[in-house]
Design a protein around this ligand. Structure first.
Ligand SMILES: NC(=O)c1ccc[n+]([C@@H]2O[C@H](COP(=O)([O-])OP(=O)(O)OC[C@H]3O[C@@H](n4cnc5c(N)ncnc54)[C@H](OP(=O)(O)O)[C@@H]3O)[C@@H](O)[C@H]2O)c1
Length: 181
């Protein structure tokens, strides 16, 4: 499986609004409180690699820590992790290549990559093998983008696509690399 992205975007490709808000993720009614496959996905990965901004957003939720797998936070500016999370969260930095190499060496082979800038860096390094993108039917008109520019075209296969809660299109893509054709 390798490295995967699992993320919700607006129709216009943003993962947070202009104020870094995420309220628009809740606009689709979810009466059964479905987790939309989040725990199933957690069971498929060995660890998460998360950008510092995403880590700070999750901390700001003030909820119970939501991840059952070890989390590695990419940051050059953060100096420490809150005491209560030290067993579950570590700091990491370096190129995407060196981060993947280090974590693979430690036995974490299937990595969930999270955060806009972090995903973009891993895509530029061609280190994303799978993307599950859930599109919420809203135009945010601006905000934090999921994707940035890339040095070349990257091709993916559509593995599956399903409609969640009657409103959200969740599409799963697998990276097609020329040497695997
Ligand atoms: N819609 C969704 O499903 C979803 C999911 C996740 C996140 N989000 C939202 O997306 C926003 C965060 O995304 P973002 O694009 O701002 O960035 P991000 O990827 O979460 O964080 C970027 C930061 O991560 C650090 N970083 C990234 N790569 C690094 C590397 N190789 N080595 C060292 N540090 C590295 C840097 O921190 P330093 O400056 O500390 O070095 C960088 O400024 C938040 O608002 C969050 O709520 C939405």
């Amino acid at each position: 499986m390798g490295n995967l992205v699992y993320i919700a975007t607006s129709i216009d490709g943003y993962i947070a609004d202009r104020n870094r808000g995420l309220e628009w993720l809740e606009t689709v009614p979810n009466p059964q409180q479905s987790d939309l496959g989040f725990q199933d996905l957690m069971n498929r990965v060995d660890a998460l690699v998360m950008g510092r901004n995403t880590f700070e957003t999750v901390l700001g939720f003030g909820i119970e820590w939501p991840y059952i797998r070890p989390v590695f936070v990419c940051s050059k500016s953060l100096k420490s992790i809150p005491e209560v999370l030290k067993e579950r969260v570590s700091l990491i930095q370096g190129s995407p290549e060196s981060i993947v190499e280090e974590l693979n060496r430690k036995g974490y082979r299937n990595l969930y990559i999270d955060g806009g800038l972090t995903i973009q860096a891993f895509l530029r390094a061609d280190l994303i093998d799978e993307m599950i993108i859930s599109t919420i039917p809203v135009l945010l008109g601006g905000g934090i983008p999921l994707f940035g520019t890339l040095p070349e075209i990257k091709t993916f296969d559509l593995i599956s696509s399903e409609v969640l809660l009657g409103q959200i299109v969740s599409s799963r893509y697998g990276r097609v690399r020329v040497d695997s054709l």
